[in-house]
Design a protein around this ligand. Structure first.
Ligand SMILES: *Cc1c(COP(=O)(O)O)cnc(C)c1O
Length: 355
């Protein structure tokens, strides 16, 4: 999917539906950057970074947090803390950690991935996890960690199943990591506090650069001893950053201003999905449209390239990929309710449908 994404370098306003990572920092966020107090964070001197780490740890109900450059670095740091060479982690076959992080666990950590099929709701079945845990036998890698993702493809995970998965992991001397890149979307959708959603997890990664609208950064949270270890791992990965309070200030600003408004993104995605689902040739599973993403399978014949057609109309979309010719639309801070008409018109005209 990523290889087929059009590249955009213009600063003209285009409606960019590729991802919620495309938002640009707002005037308020830039002001927060300009005013941030900074220090050398490798020495632990940056007060803005420390404030961000404490805020996210509080939000997630964990003892400590560490600011890292990306969600990928956050997940990899967690993997390297929980597992060593010859260990394995259990995760979902389509998870970001499994398929979109360049195989970092194996390449850099000597950690074997063990990937399970996801259930209908996009989650791992606790029973499948239990069945996958390896016996203590010299033939096998050592099962050390279970990873779950919430939200997954915009879907909010079944909390009881996550709880059961944690129970299985802990009963087998394993840890649970939650890739909560978009956890706050799950929080806003479910109305459940973040700390409750991740209470059973031993580590949690939260992205600031997705729906929350910061230009960069994730925070990995967990117990103090794990985060202490994570400082060494982050350094090892080249992720020790210096006067980076200017970026942490964006994260703090995002926590204050951009959480509740995720409900607008969810409403926009839902309206878009409902209207697009009426166009012949587009197939949308509406029950999977739970937060800010709309997945569309294209059954009809469009006229030429979808992304070229949309770009000519001021919109950036991902070219359909895979056997079902799937494309994904993502609502975010820089997408407005008033843009929905243009999106619907774009798809309808591409398919030659009368609306
Ligand atoms: C985006 C994402 C990541 C990785 O974040 P980057 O900052 O792009 O490295 C990890 N997990 C999930 C679920 C994501 O959506």
């Amino acid at each position: 999917m990523y290889a087929s994404m059009p590249k955009v370098t213009t600063s003209n306003r285009l409606i960019d539906l590729r991802s919620d990572t495309v938002t640009r920092p707002t005037a308020g966020m830039r002001e927060a950057m300009a005013n941030a107090e900074v220090g050398d964070d490798v020495f632990g001197d940056d007060p803005t970074v420390s404030a961000l780490e404490e805020s996210v740890a509080d939000l997630l109900g964990k003892e400590a947090g560490i600011f890292v450059s990306s969600g990928t670095q956050s997940n990899l740091t967690a993997l390297l803390c929980h597992c060593g060479r010859g260990d394995e982690y259990i995760g979902g076959v389509n998870y970001h950690i499994s398929s979109l992080e360049a195989g970092g666990a194996a390449v850099l950590g000597g950690i074997s991935p063990r990937h399970l099929q996801l259930n209908e709701k996009g989650g791992l079945n606790a029973a499948d996890v239990e069945g996958a845990i390896q016996a203590d036998d010299p033939h096998y890698a050592v099962s050390k960690l279970v990873c779950v993702e919430n939200t997954y493809s915009g879907m909010v995970m079944d909390q009881d199943e996550i709880q059961r998965t944690a129970t299985v992991a802990h009963a087998n001397n394993m840890k649970l990591h939650i890739d909560g890149a978009r956890l706050m979307n799950a929080v806003v959708k479910s109305g459940t506090p973040a700390a409750d959603l991740v209470e059973c997890a031993d580590s949690v990664s939260l992205c600031l650069s997705k729906g929350l609208g910061a230009p960069i950064g994730s925070v990995l949270c967990g117990p103090k001893d794990l985060i202490r270890q994570a400082h060494r791992v982050r350094k090892l990965l080249g992720g020790g950053m210096r006067q980076v309070g200017v970026l942490a200030a964006c994260g703090l600003y995002a926590l204050q201003h951009n959480i509740d408004r995720l409900a607008e993104d969810h409403a926009n995605a839902w309206t878009m999905a409902q209207r697009l689902a009426e166009i012949p040739g587009l197939e949308i599973e509406l029950d999977k449209v739970q937060t800010n993403m709309v997945w569309i399978d294209i059954a009809g014949e469009g006229k030429g390239s979808l992304s070229e057609h949309m770009l000519a109309r001021g919109m950036i979309t991902t070219e359909p990929f895979g056997a079902k010719r799937t494309t994904r639309l993502v609502a975010h801070l820089d997408f407005e309710t008033a843009d929905i008409d243009q999106v619907v018109d774009g798809f309808a005209s591409w398919l030659g449908a009368s609306k």
